[in-house]
Design a protein around this ligand. Structure first.
Ligand code: SF4
Ligand code: SF4
Length: 283
């Protein structure tokens, strides 16, 4: 089963939920936790351990100017504006290139070859018995988050239980992370911004046909608007985590709620069972 933990906005506590769920389940089964928040991965902070790092690359075109007659075909083909053919040279903007390979194929003079370009890294570790942690990290200033997320998910392919922690928002990296997931936990907080962004996240999950449920985090007990929205959308509220100074203090020192207060493990086990039910997996 592949579970996604996402949120329409940042700072709702989705990484905390993913980390506590993985920590709790790892004591009884094999769990792979994948940090798909590649611009700002932070799950490794909860699980310090020796790790193996590999580079992630994507193929980019390199033009052999001596073989190029400036026919313009590559520039006409590129839908992303990454190649512009000038009278005396070719202008290539690597940050716009999506590595589709099309310009190499359409060049009549075989003047374009592809070379790998580093865009980030994947780090793998085994921080505790029963857990594999995969963290994708995008190189600073690089805009290509999606290939890193794809590569991180490939490292988890075939593992029995995968929990993916998403980037916040509803853009391409989130869609890539959700692709192929069996169910999605949407973490929100009961504020007007939280509700607005929850609505967007629910819409994305629905468009991808992924069953979703909601966790209300830092609840001050005034959750009526969020509960009304969830009821109207037929969304299960899977868990409510209260606003608490003690929980905030545990997190701010980089600890896990379920490690510091083991009684919470029962709640996260129950969350897992609800997710299985959402995903249509037999108990
Ligand atoms: S398609 Fe090939 S030959 Fe034509 S401009 Fe591009 S690189 Fe040069
Ligand atoms: S590989 Fe695709 S996206 Fe990149 S420059 Fe060539 S045509 Fe454009």
């Amino acid at each position: 089963m592949k579970l996604a933990v996402a949120s329409g906005k940042g700072g709702t506590g989705k990484s905390m939920v993913a980390a506590n769920l993985a920590f709790t389940l790892a004591s009884t089964r094999q769990v792979t936790l994948v940090d798909c928040d590649v611009e700002e991965p932070n799950l490794h902070l909860f699980f310090p351990a020796p790790a193996t790092t590999t580079e992630v690359t994507m193929p980019v075109p390199v033009v052999d100017e001596s073989a190029c007659d400036h026919c313009g075909k590559c520039g006409e083909f590129c839908q992303y504006g990454a190649i512009t053919v000038l009278r005396d040279r070719i202008l290539f903007l690597p940050e716009l290139c999506h590595s589709c390979g099309g310009c190499t194929l359409v060049c009549p003079n075989s003047a374009i070859r592809e070379e790998p370009k580093r865009i980030g890294t994947l780090t793998t570790s085994a921080p505790m018995s029963g857990m594999k942690l995969v963290s994708g990290k995008l190189d600073e200033g690089n805009p290509h988050a999606v290939p890193i997320i794809r590569a991180a998910k490939i490292l988890a392919e075939g593992d029995p239980l995968v929990i993916c922690d998403s980037a916040p928002g509803t853009s391409c990296p989130v869609v890539e992370m959700l692709d192929g997931c069996d169910a999605c936990i949407l973490v929100t907080e009961s504020t007007p911004f939280g509700l607005h962004d929850l609505e967007l996240a629910v819409d994305v999950a629905a468009r991808l046909d992924i069953p979703a449920g909601v966790i209300i985090n830092r609840s001050d007990g005034k959750d009526q608007e969020t509960l009304r929205f969830c009821a109207g959308q037929d969304l299960d509220v899977l868990m409510t985590i209260p606003f608490s100074r003690e929980i905030a203090a545990i997190q701010s020192r980089g600890d896990l709620l379920c490690r510091a207060r083991p009684e919470w493990q029962e709640d996260f086990c129950s969350l897992y069972l609800k997710c299985r039910s959402l995903a249509g997996v037999e108990r």
